[in-house]
Design a protein around this ligand. Structure first.
Ligand code: KIV
Ligand code: ZN
Length: 528
């Protein structure tokens, strides 16, 4: 007992000695820049609500000057989120900063995040500006943002490839102008951990007023080093990490939130820091991001991949059964992954479903609950045990897709070894029902041809993947498609115990996302 008390005391002591690393989540902004990952405002609000529960300190909701859709999404997220800060991105221009503020001003804790490149290569070829001009524009942008809020972050884009002395000069000037956070991005994922740690130390020691601001880092994963670089930076003194869930983001992605947080938790002596992340929420947020964006998590992805806690080798399984610590450095429960994810069945009532969805983090209106309950009953009739994964897919499909143009009313297919595959599909298009038929070389091809005829889509199917949501032959099939039309790329997802229906739902979801992109063209995201 004495030892235990002593142990608890030493943990408490250690906690008070630890500094906080602010977790700045940019899944809704840089994450959304993953090819095909665009999210509509309702999806962004849903995800932001989960990110707040996860305990992130800052949610970067979008880039309001980029498109009307982004402006609307940032506005809605700002209105919804009460505890976390909400940031809006802006280039260092008056128009961008005005737009950012107009969208984010509704937040309880708004932040303007303005950026300008500081590397010679970006200044010369992209901006066509001299160092003096960049310095002046950065300072002017921060001063201009200050008329709206004191909570200003300045990012030196391509910071890792900038002249360190010029970088420090810019940071010093923008801090004097009022920036409370200065961010050092490894925009092109070029940094190496040892070098990046040294650069952070250099900035800490050569920026005279750095004590008045938080030094942040923002790494991309082009060489697979984003997490390692972020951790090296934290060890060297950075106190804000810019991250995304599942590491999604531009090109090879951004630093993954779960990897940084779980490293700091699992190796507490690595750096004297702590985060406010509720780790048991990690798994469900990871699933939600995958469901909303349609980007699958690779099975061997650290922390949240399907195999991250799966032990295949007999010798490992034996060891884990005797003592999990033989082969497990983290317990799956820590990230909210329990062996017995709660199971619901056809006898579960509406109240039990509501209670369960609430514990899973869903906050549904009465009407949404009615819709989900109806679908849940239909699913429970086909499938004995309805798991959390099934419910997640169901809620995402039924609740987050209410504003869709196309909806599946019914689907009927004939196929087999002796008949030509044929499909009859009824779609609701802008509220009006239409029926069409199609043939193909298989039932999915037939259904897709029928849907393509009804919608008149010109999109091309670039990728089609199918997997089982859970184990067992009654598992729901989960289908992901990637559609391309001109320069637009959209991902679509669908889940159903019938894989033809799941395929049709995924295709229709992808077509709805293409429609959303058509109506909300991103006008300026190509500058990033
Ligand atoms: O990668 C980058 O440099 C960015 C900045 C806008 C912070 O995303
Ligand atoms: Zn970035």
């Amino acid at each position: 007992m004495k030892t235990q008390l002593h142990f608890n005391k030493s943990i408490a002591w250690e906690k008070t000695m630890k500094e906080k690393v602010f977790i700045f989540d940019t899944t809704l902004r840089d994450g959304e820049q993953s090819p095909g990952a665009s999210m509509n405002p309702a999806e962004k609000v849903r995800l932001a609500t989960q990110l707040e529960k996860l305990g992130v300190d800052i949610i970067e909701a979008g880039f309001p000057a980029a498109s009307e859709g982004d402006f609307e999404a940032v506005t809605q997220v700002a209105k919804k989120i009460t505890n976390a800060e909400v940031a809006a991105l802006a280039r260092a221009t008056v128009n961008d900063i005005d737009r950012a503020w107009k969208a984010v001003c509704h937040a309880a804790h708004p932040r303007i995040h303005t950026f300008l490149a500081t590397s010679d290569i970006h200044m010369k070829y992209k901006l066509n500006m001299s160092r003096e001009e960049v310095l002046e524009s950065a300072v002017n942008a921060v001063k201009y943002a200050k008329r709206y809020t004191d909570n200003i972050e300045f990012s030196a884009e391509d910071g890792s490839r900038s002249d360190p002395d010029f970088l420090c000069k810019v940071f010093e000037a923008v801090i004097d102008a009022g920036a409370k956070t200065v961010n050092l991005p490894d925009t092109v994922g070029y940094a190496i951990p040892s070098e990046f740690g040294e650069l952070v130390k250099y900035v800490m020691t050569h920026t005279p007023n750095i004590g008045k601001a938080v030094l942040s880092v923002h790494c991309h994963n082009d060489l697979g080093l984003a997490t390692a670089n972020t951790l090296a930076a934290i060890k060297a003194g950075a106190r804000q990490a810019e991250v995304t869930i599942n590491g999604i983001g531009e090109r090879a992605g951004n630093t993954s939130l779960e990897e940084v947080v779980m490293t700091l938790n699992t190796r507490p002596t690595f750096a004297p820091v702590t985060t406010g992340i509720q780790t048991h929420q990690i798994y469900s947020v990871s699933r939600l991001v995958s469901l909303i964006t349609g980007i699958l998590v690779q099975p061997n992805k650290a922390i949240v991949g399907a195999n991250a806690f799966a032990h295949e080798a007999g010798i490992h399984q034996d060891g884990v059964l005797k003592n999990p610590m033989t082969y497990e450095i983290m317990r799956p429960e820590t990230i909210g992954l329990t062996a017995t994810r709660m199971v619901m069945g056809k006898h579960s009532g509406k109240h039990a479903l509501l209670k369960h969805l609430t514990t899973m983090g869903y906050d549904l209106s009465d009407e949404e609950l009615r819709t989900v309950f109806k679908k849940f009953k239909a699913l429970a009739d086909k499938k004995k045990n309805v798991t959390d994964e099934d419910l997640e897919a169901l809620v995402t499909q039924e609740v987050l897709r209410t504003a869709d143009i196309y909806g599946l009313v019914y689907l009927q297919v004939t196929s087999g070894t002796t008949v030509l595959p044929m499909a009859t599909v009824k779609l609701r298009i802008n509220g009006v029902e239409h029926v069409g038929t199609g043939g193909g070389n298989g039932p999915i091809d037939a259904a897709y041809n029928a849907i393509a005829k009804l919608t008149g889509t010109k999109s091309k199917l670039m990728r089609f993947t199918i997997s089982a949501l859970t184990g067992g032959t009654d598992a729901q099939g989960e289908v992901t498609v990637r559609l391309k039309e001109d320069i637009m790329v959209a991902l679509g997802k669908g889940a159903d115990p019938d894989i033809i229906t799941a395929s049709a739902l995924a295709y229709i979801n992808g077509l709805n996302r293409l429609e959303y992109l058509r109506q909300n063209p991103a006008t300026t995201t190509d500058v990033l």
